[in-house]
Ligand binder design. Structure first.
Ligand SMILES: C[S@@+](CC[C@H](N)C(=O)[O-])C[C@H]1O[C@@H](n2cnc3c(N)ncnc32)[C@H](O)[C@@H]1O
Length: 356
């Protein structure tokens, strides 16, 4: 994946619609999939599994990596959601590595090999050394990402050294009580569709799922009148609406391009088509970064970006609007980028999501 061959204008366009062509190198799906905890998946499984077929739609699916990971995690609640790429990292790795080394009175030493990349595509490479021995490398669009990836490699290496020294069954992942209850259940018949405005991204997404007839990707603009209705008509059999819709990191792009009214219309539309809505709205600071990026690229700031009135309190506005549309809400946590992940439901889930 990369941006070679792309014109400057194409790159700028990514900063207008959010259709980044290297999104998962700086926002890996593993970081968000962790919010589908075993107990949440178990609750969703029990809510859905009696249905003949369960329908999930991901709006703004980009190149489909997160959609595919969610599909896999929902379909088989007993399997832990394994990341689907090698680009996984968590900033927690930095602390975990410090903690592990403190026990041995050591500190990791991070050395920056590449600092900043070229043009407006930032790129950093960091190596980590322990007692002057190379233990890992990480790269990414920020130093923090590169450091987190390097720390992750070092942790893996330390763990494998420890495992070789102490033969145990340490690789076994403990099964939680809720999860244990579902391990004898059949996988659900899950039918997933991911939609995105960008045909290049959808092309890539389709190539991820060549032989899987339960996972589909389509080009669609959710804001174009009737496109979502058309998708429902074409894909939902014997069902009025989706069981689950996810909107990961898309609200800001809808808001910037379609204004305050467009944002509210989008929430109404998504809510009208689903029983449960999983949403990760971008806070105001992301809007400021998006506008600054366009200014840095000397790209014209679209008029709609300047016209929005819902600003600092955008997440609260989204939350309070969705509170009116769904009787139940569960906060699933915050991403490494401090974005809330929320689940809104029209029907209660048995456990553990709690009614508001
Ligand atoms: C920042 S990316 C998030 C990708 C993915 N949801 C994730 O979080 O991993 C936002 C995606 O929304 C898509 N998008 C923006 N406006 C859209 C619209 N009106 N209809 C459908 N997709 C849209 C963009 O093309 C882009 O791929």
């Amino acid at each position: 994946m990369g941006t070679e061959g792309m014109a400057e204008d194409d790159l700028a366009i990514e900063h207008v619609f959010g259709n980044f062509h290297d999104y998962y190198t700086f926002n890996p799906e593993a970081e968000r999939i962790r919010f589908l905890s075993p107990s949440l998946r178990s609750s969703l499984y029990h809510a859905f599994h009696k249905q003949k077929r369960v329908y999930y739609m991901d709006i703004g699916c980009n190149e489909g990596k997160l959609t595919k990971a969610v599909h896999k995690a929902l379909k088989n609640p007993q399997t832990l959601a394994a990341p689907t790429t090698e680009t996984t990292f968590s900033v927690d790795n930095i602390c975990l590595l410090n903690e592990k080394l403190q026990k041995h009175h050591q500190n990791p030493e991070y050395v920056t090999i590449e600092d900043g990349g070229t043009g407006h595509r930032k790129h950093f490479i960091i190596h980590v050394f322990i007692a002057n021995v190379f233990f890992g490398v990480g790269d990414g669009v920020s130093k923090k990402i590169a450091k987190a990836k390097a720390a992750g490699q070092a942790l893996e290496r330390l763990n494998s050294i420890e495992a070789a020294e102490i033969p145990t069954s340490a690789t076994e992942i403990p099964v939680t009580e809720e999860l244990a209850k579902t391990t004898t259940e059949e996988p659900m018949e899950l039918y997933t569709i991911g939609i995105d405005v960008d045909p290049v991204l959808i092309d890539r997404a389709q190539s991820l799922v060549k032989n899987d007839t339960t996972l589909h990707f389509e080009v669609a603009d959710v804001m174009l009148g009737g496109q979502l209705d058309e998708i429902c008509k074409n894909h939902l059999e014997n069902s009025e609406c989706f069981d689950l819709i996810s909107c990961f990191s898309i609200t800001m792009w809808i808001h910037l391009n379609h204004g305050d009214a467009g944002l509210i219309a989008f929430l109404n539309l998504a809510a009208s088509k689903t029983k449960h809505l999983l949403i990760e709205p971008q806070p105001w600071k992301c809007y400021k970064t998006a506008i600054r990026r366009l200014e840095r690229l000397n790209h014209k700031i679209p008029a709609s970006f300047r016209q929005i009135q819902i600003k600092q309190n955008v997440v609260q506005v989204i939350e309070s609007h969705l509170n009116d549309l769904f009787p139940y809400k569960t906060s699933l946590g915050k991403t490494n980028w401090s974005r809330l992940v929320l689940l809104y439901s029209k029907e209660p889930l048995n456990s553990p999501p709690k009614a508001k």
